[in-house]
Design a protein around this ligand. Structure first.
Ligand SMILES: [Mn+2]
Length: 439
């Protein structure tokens, strides 16, 4: 038996809200049934490989602080194997059912794409074995099309068609291995799909290139019979000043313009990206649900005082309950889940800090799910919204929606019927008080 990497930490138990044990769940009780599904099935929690196992604590001003046992000098493939062993030991002890990765998180990059593919294949065999042994599944895979300098001017939106081709070849391989590992979705994060200045950018051409790229990926997905959706992750800025996938609405417009079907494409919404776009996380989720493009979540939070993507673990159950209300009321996740795209702070250097971060995040989601259940079960919030729009379910409102009246007909109705609408309260404060009662 190899030595455990997280020595001294056992499987994290559920011990209930009164537990004083920091290495226990207080709310995440995976088998507790909430709205007809076990909590584990409702939340579909995934741990991300990149922040949790590749993050080293570097920031723009300082060097690595984490110095994990699987980081440092040595044979890159051996270190990747040790990292995989650490990851699956962590998943098994935490009890998350899923994980996610970029191709370059799990295997080192070679000197050519052929060599990189070969290294990836060798690690995919290792991961397949670990998945088999532990039962942990792949929520989604993706390709890193942003770290290497070749991508500095974008991947599919690059002015150089050779970079487009290289990116396409890399995505083909990443989709192949995601399928091989039973991944339930494939994510296309436009890491550097955007621009810094229009002085050197042909925006129309770049958007057309990205549209062509997405169609190529979609055709290939059908060719190999990959069943899951392709998920595009909106983000308004960072790393480029203007990212093309600004928010869910911009992505949906892109889908429609380039003929990308909702059957194939959905969005992977990230909390901190929503707030960088000037929206609430709740807005982005509600927009995606309303338009039939909701896919999956990257779960993190930003900082009210910092204007960049801080990728922190969630800690506000009340705020998350409002988001879960939309997801659960719409029937919950299908292939998606809650992936913690979050990292521990640079000073959180102990291996145990990785557990504290994920335990806290899972407990916040579990609490939020329980609060959302109460909101949905008593029906008062939805009841207030239904009452507000009641006029559209019959009479005049229904006739307008059913196209029984044209513009002149509506005008006649107003003039002959002497319609003179009276303002009605939106009752926001009353509803805010109602929400507070569920917390
Ligand atoms: Mn993300």
């Amino acid at each position: 038996m190899p030595q455990p990497i997280f020595a001294g930490i056992d499987a994290i138990p559920f011990q209930g809200p009164e537990s004083q044990n920091p290495l226990s769940f207080r709310f995440y009780d995976k088998n507790r049934v909430v709205r007809g599904k076990r909590m584990e099935e409702q939340l579909r929690v995934a741990v991300c490989y990149w922040h949790t196992f590749c993050g080293d604590g570097k920031d723009p001003f300082g060097d690595a602080t984490f110095n994990r046992p699987w980081q440092g000098d040595g044979d890159k493939l051996e270190l990747a194997k040790m990292k995989a062993a650490a990851a699956f030991e962590f998943f098994t002890k935490l009890g998350n059912p899923y994980y996610c990765f970029h191709d370059r998180d799990v295997a080192p990059e070679g000197k050519s794409l052929a060599e990189s593919n070969d290294l990836l294949d060798r690690m995919v065999d290792v991961l397949a074995g670990l998945q088999q042994k532990t039962g942990v599944k792949l929520l989604w895979g993706t390709a890193n099309l942003f770290s290497n300098p070749r991508f500095m001017s974008g991947a599919s939106t690059n002015p150089d068609p050779e970079v487009f081709a290289y990116s396409a070849a890399q995505v083909k391989k990443a989709l192949d291995v995601t399928q091989k590992l039973g991944g339930e979705n494939y994510v296309l994060w436009g890491g550097r799909e955007g621009y810094e200045s229009l002085l050197n950018t042909d925006m129309k051409r770049e958007l057309d290139q990205m549209g062509r790229f997405m169609n190529l990926v979609c055709e290939y997905k059908h060719k190999i019979g990959f069943k899951g959706p392709l998920l595009i992750e909106p983000k308004p800025r960072e790393p480029t000043k203007h990212q093309y996938d600004y928010d869910s609405a911009a992505v949906y417009a892109f889908f429609q313009h380039y003929g990308l079907s909702k059957d194939d494409f959905k969005v992977n919404i990230e909390n901190n990206h929503a707030t960088l776009a000037g929206h609430t996380f709740e807005h982005e989720v509600a927009y995606a649900v309303a338009n039939g493009i909701f896919g999956s979540i990257d779960m993190n939070r930003g900082d009210l005082l910092l204007g960049w993507d801080t990728d922190q673990f969630p800690n506000e159950a009340g705020e998350m309950a409002l988001v879960l209300r939309h997801i659960v009321a719409a029937g919950g996740f299908t292939t998606g889940g809650f992936n913690f795209d979050a990292k521990v702070r640079r000073q959180s250097i102990d291996l145990a800090d990785l557990f504290h971060a994920h335990i806290g995040g899972m407990d916040v989601l579990a609490r939020a799910l329980l609060i959302a259940d109460k909101m949905i079960a008593d029906g008062k919030l939805q009841g207030a919204i239904d009452a507000r729009y009641k006029g559209w379910t019959g009479g005049l409102g229904k006739e307008i929606l059913d196209k029984k009246l044209d513009l002149a007909g509506i005008s006649d109705r107003v003039l002959k019927g002497n319609i003179n609408p009276k303002p009605r309260s939106g009752q926001q404060e009353m509803l805010e008080n109602l929400v507070n009662r569920y917390l």
